[in-house]
Write a protein that binds this ligand. Structure first.
Ligand code: ATP
Ligand code: MG
Length: 248
């Protein structure tokens, strides 16, 4: 699915990623954990194609293609999805309109007609219902005055409608209450298939009790310093980043 090799990335001449290596196969869930400022969101932006990052060296292959040659829209259409750590507010754009536009953009790329209004209404009602998002929320402007947790849920709704191949969740759990965490995790688990993969960025082992990762990686200062299974998240909770980074 995704293979990152020796990736070095700078922003404004400051090197942030310093030799990232990561291989994610179809059907796998990988958790990425690491201290504030270690480069987790930078990696997620680079994968999604956000501009402004200088790829100093290294490569990213996605389903055998050079991902770095695809622009941001192509990446989305090819099934890469990023749930933002800080979802953007878009005044003047109704949430349901935004979601419909996103679905239709993907359908157009696939050579399909726009989604039928009734079909869309049914689909969004069911998916929003699963996430406990009310129809009133969908009539409001995208993320505007949504609470922190509501914004995160909206990202997951968008993800479930787009059904991505490679989903990156950047701290989707932070700001969620206990019930919302469970609901969002169930939403993610429902989407899991042998043909897609997830990269779940989190600070908390708690999320990983719900979304069971196949692998856990620890990133420090722009590169992965340790990888393991779920037990690594437990070890981290106990020992903290400092001790684990040093022992690695
Ligand atoms: N546009 C930018 N200009 C300068 N420095 C930046 C820019 N974007 C990110 N950085 C720096 O890059 C480093 C990595 O940031 P990043 O957001 O990737 O960290 P993170 O691991 O996601 O942290 P957190 O856990 O706090 O979300 C930080 O030191 C940050 O200040
Ligand atoms: Mg971050």
């Amino acid at each position: 699915m995704l293979e990152i090799k020796n990736l070095c990335v700078s922003i404004e001449d400051k090197q942030i990623l310093k030799g990232m290596n990561l291989k994610i196969n179809d059907g796998e869930v990988h958790a990425l954990m690491g201290p504030n400022g270690s480069g987790k969101s930078t990696l997620s932006y680079v994968l999604s194609g956000k501009e402004g990052y200088e790829i100093v060296s290294g490569s990213i292959h996605y389903n055998g293609r050079d991902l770095l040659n695809l622009d941001v829209d192509e990446r989305a259409n090819e099934g890469i999805f990023l749930a933002f750590q800080y979802p953007m507010e878009i005044p003047g754009v109704q949430t349901s309109f935004f979601l419909k536009t996103a679905i239709n953009a993907k359908r157009k790329y696939q050579g399909l007609d726009e989604i039928d209004a009734l079909e869309f209404a049914k689909l969004i009602k069911s998916k929003a219902g699963d996430l406990d998002i009310s129809p009133e929320m969908l009539k409001r402007d995208l993320n505007v005055n949504y609470s922190g947790g509501e914004k995160k849920k909206q990202e997951i709704l968008q993800m479930s409608l787009l059904d991505p191949s490679m989903a990156i969740l950047d701290e989707t759990d932070s700001g969620l209450d206990i019930d919302a965490l469970r609901i969002v995790s169930e939403g993610v688990n429902k989407l899991r298939t042998p043909n897609n993969a997830f990269l779940v960025i989190t600070h908390y082992q708690r999320l990983l009790n719900y979304i069971k990762p196949d692998f856990v990686h620890i990133i420090a200062d722009g590169k992965i310093v340790k990888s393991g299974d779920f037990s690594l998240a437990l070890e981290l909770e106990e020992k903290g980043y400092d001790e684990i980074s040093k022992s690695a």
